[in-house]
Write a protein that binds this ligand. Structure first.
Ligand code: UN1
Length: 511
């Protein structure tokens, strides 16, 4: 623990982390007590009073005031703010990754990757700050100019999850900032130190740029009722929420009732088709990283391996061998590849899913608790592979744990039908050396997901593409490509520079 305290000191995290932050100032919440323990060993990390819905309302007002200033700052100057955040992130990459590992339990390598995603999105956003392009459109009327402008939208509510406690905030916040928006962030109540570290990073840049209104960045730490407060806040025209489908459904309904916009990144049930021509060495590496990375707790984690019957047994045998030798343990130990689940409840959910799989005819390889060679007090599990029929009900569910269902298929039509036959639609992959199969999977009649990969696993997307998925995944797109448009409002301008007033559609209306 003393190590972590040094890390937090270097990051500029206050000694006494409290629940409410606006710019550089922190204050205590008046809500119920929140105790946060590390998934690594159950040791207490921080305790505080949660923020209250009133705190959220107050932060929204501050964020709104800051927005009125920030929206008038030229976008490339807003980009300079984000550029400095990116520079600071480079300096503190290792320290921030250490905090991510302590709070989320993901292995340090993956935490470094998560901070790198933040740096990458900062770079992307800086470039974007000079490219918030609108279209010029040919007007049907003489001497008229028709064009689009993209304007800042307002304060954005961000709700994020424990498994990507810093990157998902950065995807949203960095785009929002260059777009001229301000942020009210409700981080996962399991990762308040990560949130405090992010706010400290922003604060250090605010020190360097006194012209930036500090309330561009706000945080309220707490549980579900704060999420409801964010969703119902009239001052937040956009709420971006990452988490379970149940959470997203509740947020979407509340936001829709006030005709706000929501941007949802919800559950996945990601599949990988392995065709007869697949390079099995590649397949194996990709499948294992996708299935057991972050201990199966990414929304992009591989959950369904849909293997052609001709290669399924060989693939299974090789997978079992790799699974048996996976180093499981303290995620701060660089030799370890699988850290703990986030908490004991996640372990129980994994056990329950395996139990159901067994009842539904599944054959289970692996699973169960690991208690030796791991820190006491954490929930360490052996990742599991389950041979099961594609129509077993358990396969329809996302269990946030390292369970990989192995399903067999005979022809590609059947494989695609199995692949698409779940309620979620986030990430997907096919391993094949046959270009026709690959292209079919990418075609309109192929994968129905938002992320469609060939000879790449389901997890580990780059920030440059739009990230998100269809169906119960919620339809949102974050991060790269033109996802920035979510954070702005579009004005269509028609300017008449003639001395006449021709009406569109040729309508005659003479007065
Ligand atoms: C998530 O699990 O919420 O593609 C995000 C990936 C990461 C992001 C995952 N870049 O796996």
């Amino acid at each position: 623990m003393s190590d972590l305290r040094d890390v937090l000191d270097r990051l500029g995290v206050p000694r006494d982390v409290v629940a409410v932050a606006s710019g550089k100032s922190w204050r205590a919440g008046a809500g119920p007590q929140l105790e946060v323990c590390s998934p690594i060993d159950g040791s207490p990390l921080v305790s505080m009073n949660e923020a209250t819905p009133d705190d959220v309302s107050e932060l929204c007002r501050s964020a709104h005031e800051a927005f009125l200033v920030w929206r008038t700052v030229p976008a490339p100057q807003r980009g300079q703010f984000v550029r400095r955040i990116g520079m600071r992130l480079r300096e503190v990459k290792e320290d921030l990754a250490t905090v991510v590992t302590w709070e989320s339990g993901k292995i340090y390598q993956e935490s470094l990757g998560e901070v790198q995603e933040m740096i990458d999105i900062c770079d992307f956003a800086v470039g974007l700050s000079r490219q918030l392009y609108g279209l010029s459109i040919a007007s049907e009327r003489p001497q008229h100019r028709l064009a689009e402008q993209w304007h800042p939208l307002g304060p954005v509510g961000v709700i994020s999850a424990f498994n990507f406690p810093v990157a998902v905030w950065a995807w949203n916040a960095m785009l929002a900032l260059v777009c001229g928006d301000t942020i009210v962030w409700k981080p996962s109540p399991r990762a308040p130190l990560c949130a405090a570290a992010c706010q400290a990073i922003v604060s250090s840049v605010l020190d360097e740029m006194p012209e930036v209104p500090p309330a561009v960045s706000n945080i309220a730490i707490g549980r579900t009722q704060l999420g409801e407060a964010v969703a119902s806040a009239e001052l937040l025209p956009l709420v971006s929420a990452t988490g379970s489908t149940a959470m997203g459904r509740a947020v979407a309904q509340t936001v829709a009732a006030r005709l706000g916009r929501s941007l949802l990144e919800l559950g996945g049930n990601n599949g990988m088709i392995v065709a007869p021509s697949a390079d099995l060495d590649l397949t194996l590496r990709a499948a294992v990283f996708s299935a057991v990375g972050t201990c199966g707790q990414r929304c992009t984690s591989l959950r369904r391996l849909i293997a052609h019957r001709s290669i399924a047994d060989e693939l299974l045998a090789r997978l079992i061998k790799v699974y048996e030798n996976l180093p499981i343990g303290n995620p701060l130990d660089e030799r370890v590849l699988v850290g703990p689940l986030v908490d004991p409840r996640a372990g129980e959910a994994m056990d329950a899913a395996l139990e159901q799989a067994k009842e539904q005819g599944g054959t289970i390889h692996g699973g169960g608790r690991v208690t030796e060679g791991v820190p006491a007090g954490g929930t360490y599990v052996r990742p599991a592979i389950v041979e099961i029929s594609a129509d077993a009900p358990i396969v329809q569910q996302e269990t946030f744990a390292p369970i990989l269902y192995l399903l067999r298929y005979d022809n590609l039509d059947e494989a695609i039908a199995i692949h698409n036959g779940v309620p979620q639609g986030l990430a997907s992959a096919i391993f094949t050396s046959d270009v026709r199969e690959a292209e079919r999977f990418c075609s309109p009649a192929g994968s129905d997901c938002g992320i469609v990969n060939v000879n790449i696993g389901t997890s580990g997307a780059e920030i440059g593409g739009a990230f998100g998925g269809e169906k119960e995944t919620g339809g949102g797109r974050e991060s790269g490509s033109d996802a920035w448009k979510n954070y702005m409002r579009r004005a269509t301008n028609t300017v008449n520079y003639s001395s006449d007033l021709p009406l569109a559609q040729g309508i005659r209306f003479d007065v």
